[in-house]
Write a protein that binds this ligand. Structure first.
Ligand code: FAD
Ligand code: FES
Length: 500
């Protein structure tokens, strides 16, 4: 029987990418970049182009975290965002958002061409569609707004999908790529002439001019926190942007529609294809977001995307299943820029609302411009100091109430009393000697037990069945079963628990 890797993203399994060394000792540069995803590597490349020396310190491997777990559509079409932005920010700012995304799309094409990065970049049209009458007018409205903003939108009633749609917003001239190949390829161009990329080097402490990793120290004039969400308490972004998770699956298909698709109907479904070098075509399907660590919501979401794939495509077995997460900002626009309007701060970029390939590339441009003192038309829109929780409205109040609940009780209702009650492959939050314990029993019967209390701010983590990780519902930190942290804002592992 074929066995497929658990929790591994298709992109990470199919990219041969170079290794970068571990930081050892002390390094001094103009800019320390913490995090080697699309934000960190793009910022590093562009800052180097401006004559600055940079050091990227990546806790794991470059390009393989949220970026390498995305669906990697490179598009200025972000669902129905333009009508929402226009209502919230006005027409001029909505236009700026669209221009930033289109510029990022051009930037990705340019960087890939300039540096000869082979990342399966190909042009595709992007579609947001509906099959339900009640959403048709929203699609029509979005087309009109997008056209008014100068975006390449048109209203269509037919697509290449294997079912009928009632209406779709089509953006021409968009693209898709292989995200891990792109980021790793770009990272390869950074080292040299006083610049560096370090992997397996986790930032454990920081100041605006210094980053301490578990293997050495980077001293710099400025620090970019490109860790998806700034680490620890920096800027309080964990309270201004809430985490959402989504399953992604990949399977070979006989007939793959051209184009990149997203439904506005709920549960939402996202589709794109990828042609591999052996000539096989994969459908990459995502959708149906849920709160990280909510195991039963996750199970339903996974079942739903699998059903959608098999009902609509002649698909082979699902070879890859993984969960990815991103942060939704309070007002729909990311936070990009200085973390503080007074004194020394960090350069940050977060809250991409699941559209961080173009937003993250635009972030690279903005952060480089800020350091150079160059005018940039997008800085005000994305201003990272516009931190006003109340502006998030009732949705944000609700999200923060949920956080309070997770602090007290945690999510899992089921509380086995002993490890014997766990079947192999099962996991649960347990109460042992008054301590909340996150326990997982592997197929060999060995129990992996760690503290269930998230070291960031004390919420109780929940089980991610697909990836076999402990995920924090409050602010999105993620941990291996061993307790090792794989995603911030936490930087410390889950505490150890001795299994008796
Ligand atoms: C299901 C899903 C699908 C998506 N699909 C799309 C899409 O099609 N198009 C699109 O535009 N966007 C998409 N997105 C969003 C997009 O993937 C993200 O917004 C974007 O990749 C974030 O990039 P990043 O560089 O901020 O984060 P990352 O890629 O996660 O990079 C951050 C890096 O920081 C490192 N790091 C963390 N802590 C430390 C530390 N202490 N020390 C050193 N390094 C550290 C991490 O290891 C990581 O490599 C999707 C999101 C989801 C959830
Ligand atoms: S991520 Fe903040 S409490 Fe867990």
């Amino acid at each position: 029987m074929t066995s497929f890797p658990r929790g591994q993203a298709y992109w990470n399994a199919t990219a041969e990418v170079p290794d970068f060394p571990r930081l050892s000792g002390d390094v001094s540069v103009d800019v320390a970049v913490v995090g080697g995803g699309i934000v960190g590597v793009t910022a590093a490349r562009l800052m180097k182009d401006r004559g600055l020396t940079v050091a990227v310190v990546e806790a794991q491997r470059v390009g393989r975290q949220v970026t390498g777990r995305s669906t990697a559509k490179v598009s200025s079409q972000h669902g129905l965002i333009y009508q929402k932005l226009e209502q919230k920010f006005g027409e001029d700012r909505a236009r700026l958002y669209g221009e930033a995304q289109e510029a990022a799309l051009r930037m990705i094409r340019q960087l890939a061409a300039q540096h000869g990065i082979e990342c399966d970049l190909e042009e595709q049209a992007a579609y947001t569609y509906t099959r339900e009458e009640k959403h048709v007018s929203e699609i029509e409205e979005e087309v009109q707004v997008a056209q008014r903003l100068g975006l390449p939108a048109s209203l269509v009633r037919t697509t290449d999908l294997p079912f009928d749609v009632l209406a779709a917003n089509r953006f021409d001239g968009q693209a898709q790529f292989h995200p891990t190949k792109y980021v790793a390829g770009l990272a390869k161009t950074v080292p040299g002439d006083g610049s560096h990329v370090f992997e397996h080097s986790r930032a454990v402490d920081w100041e605006p001019t210094r980053v301490v990793t578990d293997h050495g120290v980077v001293t710099a004039r400025h620090v970019v926190m490109a860790t998806h969400i700034p680490l620890g308490q920096i800027g309080g972004y964990y309270a201004q942007a809430h985490p959402m998770a989504e399953p992604v699956i990949a399977a070979r298909v006989q007939q793959a529609p051209e184009g990149m698709y997203l439904s506005v109907d709920k549960p939402s479904h996202s589709y794109r294809l990828h042609r591999n070098s052996d000539g096989a075509t994969y459908a990459i399907v995502a959708g149906n977001s849920f709160k990280p660590g909510h195991t039963d919501e996750e199970r339903q979401a996974v079942e739903d995307v699998e059903r959608w794939l098999t009902e609509n495509f002649e698909a082979g077995p699902i070879e890859y299943r993984w969960v990815n997460e991103d942060y939704s900002s309070m007002d729909g626009a990311p936070f990009i820029g200085w973390s503080s309007s007074i004194g020394e701060g960090y350069l940050v970029a977060t809250g991409f609302n699941a559209w961080g390939i173009t937003n993250g590339t635009a972030a690279g441009v903005i952060l480089a411009d800020l350091l150079e003192g160059r005018e940039n038309p997008w800085t005000d829109l994305f201003d990272a100091t516009r931190v006003k929780p109340v502006a998030g409205g009732p949705k944000f109040v609700k999200e923060n109430l949920k956080v309070a609940a997770h602090l007290v009780t945690g999510y899992l209702a089921r509380r086995p009393k002993s490890y014997d009650e766990l079947a192999p492959g099962d996991a649960a939050i347990m109460e042992i000697d008054g301590e909340k314990v996150a326990a997982f029993k592997d197929e060999q019967g060995a129990v992996h037990a760690v503290s269930a209390v998230c070291p960031h701010m004390g919420c109780i983590v929940g089980w991610n069945e697909t990836d076999r990780t402990w995920d924090c519902p409050c602010h999105g930190s993620r941990f291996e079963c061993s307790g090792e942290v794989t995603h911030g804002p936490a930087v410390q592992p889950l505490g150890s628990h001795i299994t008796g």
